[in-house]
Design a protein around this ligand. Structure first.
Ligand SMILES: Cc1ncc(COP(=O)(O)O)c(C=O)c1O
Length: 378
């Protein structure tokens, strides 16, 4: 069966060795990059950043978009905008890329890990409500952790591998507990929940354009929001908090050099022109995988209810850790790149003392998830 899978993937990609997710540059990338070089606008000034922000705003229907150096810096700024500091805790999911936990740490705050749902791989509203009911009290419109006496200030759910979590239910709960919602839509450009783009449910949403994402700037990210004041402050903070003036240098607070260079934005503008084609292609690939795995005893992860997914990384759920490891070994030794999911964040030594709920589903998924080749097909 593992051999059948290897042959199937080779047939799809028309090659022997297949990476997990490689970028595809088949549009105006070279043309726009040349324009940057020819005009010398490669850095913080240039038309492409503006163009990119407008295009993402139009696509996601977010009112404001702020381009950043990467997804991690976008999460960091979002946490600052939420007011997170050393007196605070931030709820997130343990089944996650490390970016959120790093950004929480940059703010000197602590993560709390709450379980995911098995059918979304994203933060579970049921586990969230259960945790908040048992562990917090509300005082002066602040959610206080009974154990640490700290304020739980923000929550970062992730739309894992491009599939949406139950974000509207999560939002309702967080509103009740006065917790600020930052959506990590790093992996889910092109994914919609109940016809609304992921990342636009929270006060702030974050998207990544790292080299392995559905479209890439080489490195890049953005914050999306409908709140003008937050957008203005995000732009200010990501551009070293420089007060706008034709020649003077004045900075009115500690800022960050987190703005996306024009040269990266140029790549993204070209990539965005292909996004719809990529999405169609990826959903076709998902269909092929679904059909293939139906004939096997392996479980292919399909988009959750109410979600139209970009199928960023296709995922299968193996029977147990032993079968997972056999599959990983067989495929990788044969040139088919497959990967397990991330080690749970609460197991990393920096976060081993973080507060957690039971994390039953996260542990179960950690042993079984394998990501399979998902690049746009030839
Ligand atoms: C879920 C998630 N969050 C955040 C990030 C961070 O993005 P970046 O690598 O652009 O900093 C990534 C991916 O890279 C991610 O997959």
């Amino acid at each position: 069966m593992f051999n059948e899978f290897i042959n199937f993937v080779r047939k799809i990609y028309l090659k022997k060795n297949v990476p997990l997710h490689e970028p595809k540059f088949i549009g105006n990338e070279k043309k726009y990059l040349k324009q940057c070089i020819d005009t010398s606008f490669v850095s913080s000034v240039g038309k492409f950043v503006d163009k990119f922000e407008k295009k993402i705003a139009k696509y996601t229907r977010a009112k404001y978009v702020i381009a950043t150096t990467n997804g991690t810096s976008a999460i960091h700024i979002s946490l600052i905008l939420a007011g997170v500091d050393s007196n605070h805790e931030v709820i997130t999911q343990p089944l996650n890329f490390i970016a959120s936990c790093n950004a929480i740490s940059y703010c000197n705050a602590s993560p709390i890990f709450v379980d995911v749902d098995k059918d979304t791989m994203g933060l579970s509203p049921y586990a969230l409500e259960d945790f908040l009911k048992k562990n917090t009290i509300i005082k002066n419109k602040k959610c206080i952790n009974k154990k640490t006496k700290k304020i739980i200030k923000a929550c970062i759910p992730t739309h894992t591998y491009g599939h949406s979590c139950r974000i509207d239910e999560i939002k309702k709960i967080l509103n009740k507990y006065y917790i600020f919602l930052i959506e990590d839509a790093s992996e889910s450009l092109g994914s919609f929940y109940k016809n609304k783009h992921t990342g636009t449910f929270g006060k702030l949403g974050v998207i990544s354009f790292n080299g392995n994402k559905i479209i890439t700037a080489g490195g890049g990210g953005c914050i999306i929001t409908n709140h003008k004041k937050l957008a203005q402050k995000a732009k200010h903070l990501t551009t070293t908090a420089k007060v706008v003036h034709k020649w003077e240098f004045n900075h009115d607070m500690i800022g960050y050099n987190y703005s996306m260079p024009n040269i990266n934005a140029a790549l993204l503008v070209a990539q965005l022109e292909k996004l719809n084609d990529f999405l169609i292609n990826k959903r076709n690939l998902a269909k092929k995988y679904k059909f293939f795995f139906k004939k096997t005893n392996l479980n292919y992860f399909e988009e959750p209810k109410n979600c139209k997914s970009n199928y960023w990384l296709n995922t299968i759920i193996l029977k147990n850790k032993i079968q997972r490891d056999q599959f990983l070994k067989k495929t990788n030794l044969n040139g088919i790149m497959t990967r397990p999911t991330w080690k749970l964040m609460n197991k990393l030594q920096m976060f081993k003392n973080a507060q957690c709920d039971g994390l039953k589903n996260s542990k179960w998924l950690e042993d079984r998830i394998v990501n399979i080749p998902s690049s746009v097909t030839p």
